[in-house]
Design a protein around this ligand. Structure first.
Ligand code: AMP
Ligand code: MN
Ligand code: MN
Ligand code: MN
Length: 275
C-alpha cells in the first residue's frame, strides 16, 4: 500500500485542482492520499468526490501555519471533520491574517520598486487563500528571477524585501483545533525548520504536551540521514510516524506523489491507529 499524507491543490498553493490531483495520485499508484491545503479545507469536498469515483482512499486534512518561539512551523491535521466549528473558526482567522500579510508584502515590494504585486499574486491564487508561492509566481512572470527557487531567495525569505513573517496560530491552538475536529496532529517536515536539534526536541515536547501524536518522518525529497534522525526522534517521544510528499505541482519534478522512502523499522505508522 502506498500512503501519501501531505499534498496541495488550487485551494491553497498547489497547481492542480482537487480532481486533477486525485487523478495524478491514482496514476502514480497512490492508494491512500491526504489532501492538506494551507489553512483551509475548501478543496476537500471535491477531492472526496473525485477519490470515490476513482477508487482511491481519501483522507481529509489541513496544514496549519503556526508561530512557535519566533519560528514558523507547519502542523498537519489528518482525518479532520471539516464541519467542526472550532477548526473552521481558527482557519478563518488564519486566512484573514494571510490577506493582511499579502497587503504588507505588496507594500514592501512596491517600495522595492515592484508595483502591482497584490493583483499580480491574485492572478495565481483562488479566492480563498493567498500565499508566498503566488507572489513568487507573479515575480517570476515579471522577470524578477529565473525560477521560483531563485525568487524566494531574492525576495521572499528572511531579510529580503518582500518578507513578512506573519503571526499565525499558536502550537496549542493548531493542535487543539485539529483534535477538536477529531483529527490527529502531525508536525510537518520537521527537518526543514532552521533550528538546532535541542530546539527541535523542545518543539516536539511542546507539541506532545498540546496533544500532538505524530511526526512526518518521511517527506518528499529528503535524505536518508534525516529520515533516520526523525525516526529516532519519534521513537524517543513515543510518537507515531507519518509520510507525505508535500506535492504542489507537476513542474516540481523532483517531488512526486507517492514517491517516498519507506519508514525505518522502529516506526509505528500513523495508519496503524486507523480503523
Ligand atoms: P506561506 O505559507 O504563504 O508563507 O508560503 C509557504 C509556501 O511557500 C510553502 O508551502 C511552499 O509551497 C512555498 N515555498 C516556501 N519556500 C519555498 C522555496 N524556497 N521554493 C519554492 N517554494 C517555496
Ligand atoms: Mn505550499
Ligand atoms: Mn509546509
Ligand atoms: Mn505542505
Amino acid at each position: 500500500m502506498i500512503y501519501d499524507l501531505h499534498s496541495h491543490t488550487t485551494a491553497s498553493d498547489g497547481s492542480l485542482s482537487p480532481t486533477d490531483l486525485i487523478a495524478r495520485a491514482v496514476e502514480k499508484g497512490v492508494d491512500v492520499l491526504a489532501v492538506t491545503d494551507h489553512d483551509g479545507t475548501e478543496g476537500l469536498a471535491e477531492a472526496k468526490q473525485a477519490a470515490a469515483a476513482q477508487g482511491l482512499t481519501f483522507i481529509p486534512g489541513v496544514e496549519i501555519s503556526v508561530t512557535w518561539e519566533s519560528h514558523v512551523v507547519h502542523i498537519v491535521g489528518l482525518n479532520v471533520d471539516v464541519d467542526n466549528q472550532t477548526l473552521q473558526q481558527g482557519l478563518a482567522a488564519l486566512r484573514a491574517e494571510r490577506f493582511g500579510r499579502a497587503e504588507e508584502i505588496a507594500r514592501r515590494l512596491d517600495k522595492a520598486g515592484i508595483p502591482g504585486a497584490l493583483d499580480g499574486a491574485r492572478e495565481y491564487a483562488s479566492d480563498v487563500m493567498l500565499g508566498r508561492l503566488h507572489f513568487a509566481q507573479f515575480l517570476v512572470a515579471a522577470g524578477k528571477a529565473k525560477d521560483i527557487r531563485d525568487v524566494f531567495k531574492k525576495y521572499l525569505v528572511h531579510n529580503k524585501p518582500g518578507y513578512v513573517p506573519g503571526t499565525w496560530a499558536t502550537l496549542e491552538e493548531a493542535v487543539g483545533w485539529i483534535t477538536a475536529a477529531g483529527g490527529q496532529a502531525v508536525i510537518a517536515h520537521p527537518a526543514r525548520y532552521k533550528m538546532t536539534a535541542t530546539k527541535r526536541r523542545k518543539l516536539v515536547e511542546d507539541f506532545k504536551d498540546a496533544g500532538g501524536v505524530a511526526l512526518e518522518v518521511v517527506s518528499g525529497k529528503q535524505d536518508l540521514e534525516e529520515v533516520r534522525m526523525l525516526a529516532a526522534l519519534a521513537e524517543k517521544y513515543d510518537l507515531l510516524s507519518s509520510c507525505g510528499s508535500d506535492f504542489h505541482s507537476p513542474t516540481q519534478h523532483w517531488l512526486e506523489l507517492g514517491k517516498l522512502t519507506p519508514f525505518p523499522e522502529n516506526c509505528t505508522p500513523i495508519w496503524s491507529t486507523w480503523r
